[in-house]
Design a protein around this ligand. Structure first.
Ligand code: HEM
Length: 544
């Protein structure tokens, strides 16, 4: 019995050992398979990274004639921008200012993953923006049209030839004749500003960026959307809320903008969009309704705004028998969108930056207010379009504000080797041929502060733009509205609304710094446009 038990026990133990050896063997095999798979994966990833690094992030080391900033894998040179430590314009200024590059015409940099060229030399800037436009007719930033039809068709992002078609159709809207007709609409908003200021105590503190944003909101409503809003009196207005939303950056929207700016090929896969769905809905319904109402007006009411132009373009297309009117309307709505994005924040930022500098420099403010008062007296309490344009000192103040605070601090284009042409050579400035698709950056912020072109560049000095001094400025080192065929289509409208806004504020009031004023402002790193962080707080004082 004991023997049988012992035999059985030893049999069971034997089986157990066999099972254990087997499991050990299987688990060893599994582990080694896992290890092999892991190692293979690791080697593949390393090879891809090494390939990418050598192809993209090591690109500039192959061109000894082009001084460059070393690139980091995956972030290129833009890690501080990606982590919201700095604004992109400020970041490129730091590279522009670097002592290593002071005599370099161009500097090799890296976008997110793409080798790109930063241009320092004004002659090369002129070639890119104007002389060789046929090689640089697109921007690098773009958005997939199929995924985002509104964003993709906006003039700022659309590629040739759609851009050209829209630019040609809409340029006549911004001639000085058309702006003169539009001016009474802006005057009305100016009168609202006067009423608003008159309703306040004789001394009050205000965040002037918000005040100016309300003014430009009402200007955009009346000139672009064809209706009157009064967000000065009522900041809860829906239109004002819509425009404020444009400047509201969630993580997702910031991410989308990074993709649009640096990796436009990925906009579709990543689902990047320019506008929030809510804004798109608003744009489509507001413009469609405004066009419909204007068309329905007997005799065709004319307001001399941009809706008039849209109606004219639509009717012309219908007369030509064009079938795709809906497509045209979608394209026009996209342009209304870029006028809204481009016209609102840029102008209000410029206005408020000017007020900050005027509050800091009382002698400049005094001189400007004398000019405005004189014009007002001469116009018997009115300021005509012609009189506004004759205010030379006001224009000098705005020009100098735009030098110190260029709202769009970087211009960019993409090189295209159109139709099998020769590679684009940078000779005689530099021995380098631009490959197809290379992005080029023009560091406007850096150029505006370069001591080579501006004496004491940090000083606010409107005299730089006096009628005697202005012709001496090289237009390629002063680029607040860009230059060449892609320049800002709304620059004249922008100047008109900034001039009118400042005029109506300063007519009976002066601005003063107060305990909340940041005298040396810093810029918000989360925004693409150059904007003072934390707002601009000033005191407004009644002084007729
Ligand atoms: C102070 C106000 C403004 C500033 C500083 C400003 C600045 C600029 C700059 C720097 C560009 C790029 C130019 C280039 O790449 O060469 C631009 C483009 C553009 N801006 Fe403005 N802008 C202002 C106001 C406006 C207004 C009021 C509108 C329209 C109502 C507008 C509409 C546009 C459009 C549509 C483009 C794209 C033009 C194209 O690619 O053909 N901007 N702006």
């Amino acid at each position: 019995m004991t023997c049988q038990y012992k035999r059985q026990k030893s049999k069971t133990t034997g089986r157990l050992i066999t099972v254990q050896i087997y499991s050990f063997f299987v688990s060893e095999v599994k582990t080694s398979m896992f290890l092999t798979a892991f190692l293979t994966f690791f080697v593949i990833i390393c090879s891809i990274l090494s390939f990418l690094y050598h192809r993209n992030f090591n690109y500039w080391t192959r061109f000894k004639n082009v001084p460059s900033v070393p690139g980091r894998i995956f972030s290129g040179n833009v890690i501080d921008f990606l982590t919201f430590k700095t604004n992109f314009g400020f970041h490129l200024k730091t590279i522009y200012d670097d002592e290593k590059f002071t005599s370099a015409p161009v500097v090799g940099v890296y976008g997110l993953y793409k080798p790109s060229l930063l241009i320092r030399d004004p002659d090369i800037i002129k070639s890119v923006l104007i002389k060789d436009f046929d090689r640089f007719h697109d921007r690098f930033a773009k958005i997939d049209y199929h995924h985002d039809p509104l964003g993709g068709q906006m003039m700022l992002f659309a590629d040739y030839p759609l851009w050209k078609e829209m630019r040609t159709k809409l340029s006549p809207t911004f001639t000085s004749g058309k702006l003169k007709n539009m001016y009474p609409l802006i005057q009305q908003v100016g009168e609202n500003m006067v009423k608003f200021l008159d309703s306040k105590p004789s001394v009050f503190q205000v965040e002037v960026k918000d005040l100016c944003a309300r003014f430009t909101t009402d200007v955009i409503a009346t000139t672009v959307f064809g209706f009157q809003s009064n967000s000065l009196a009522n900041p809860a207005e829906d239109f004002y809320k819509q425009l404020r939303l444009l400047n509201y950056f969630t993580w997702r929207r910031s991410f989308d903008f990074i993709i649009v700016l640096f990796a436009s090929q990925l906009t579709r896969i990543m689902g990047a969009k320019i506008l929030y769905p809510e804004t798109e809905h608003f744009l489509r319904s507001a413009i469609t309704q405004a066009v419909r109402e204007r068309e329905a007006c007997i005799g065709g009411e004319k307001r001399n705004d941009i809706i008039d132009t849209f109606v004219k373009l639509k009717q012309e297309a219908e007369q030509r028998g064009e079938r795709n009117i809906e497509q045209l309307m979608e394209c026009l709505i996209a342009q209304a969108g870029i006028f809204m994005v481009g016209g609102f924040d840029t102008s209000s930022t410029t206005m408020s930056n000017a007020l900050l500098e005027l509050a800091k420099d009382t002698s400049v403010q005094k001189k400007l207010r004398e000019e405005t008062k004189e014009a007002f007296v001469e116009g018997n309490g009115e300021i005509s379009y012609e009189a506004l344009n004759k205010l030379t000192y006001l224009e000098m103040v705005i020009n100098e504000t735009l030098r110190l605070y260029p709202v769009l601090a970087v211009l960019e284009r993409q090189h295209a080797t159109a139709g099998g042409k020769e590679p684009y050579s940078l000779q005689p400035y530099c021995d380098f041929n631009l490959p197809d698709g290379m992005p080029v950056f023009i560091p406007v912020f850096g150029l505006h502060y370069d001591t080579k072109y501006w004496s004491n560049p940090k000083k606010f000095d409107p005299e730089r733009f006096s009628p005697e001094n202005k012709p001496l400025i090289n237009p390629m080192v002063y680029l607040p509205f860009g230059n060449g065929p892609h320049n800002c289509i709304g620059s004249r409208l922008a100047m008109m609304q900034v001039k009118a806004g400042l005029f109506y504020i300063l007519k009976d009031h002066l601005v003063r710094v107060c305990d909340r004023t940041e005298l040396e402002p810093t810029f918000d790193p989360k925004l693409n446009a150059l904007q003072v962080k934390g707002g601009i707080h000033l005191e407004i004082v009644k002084d007729e």
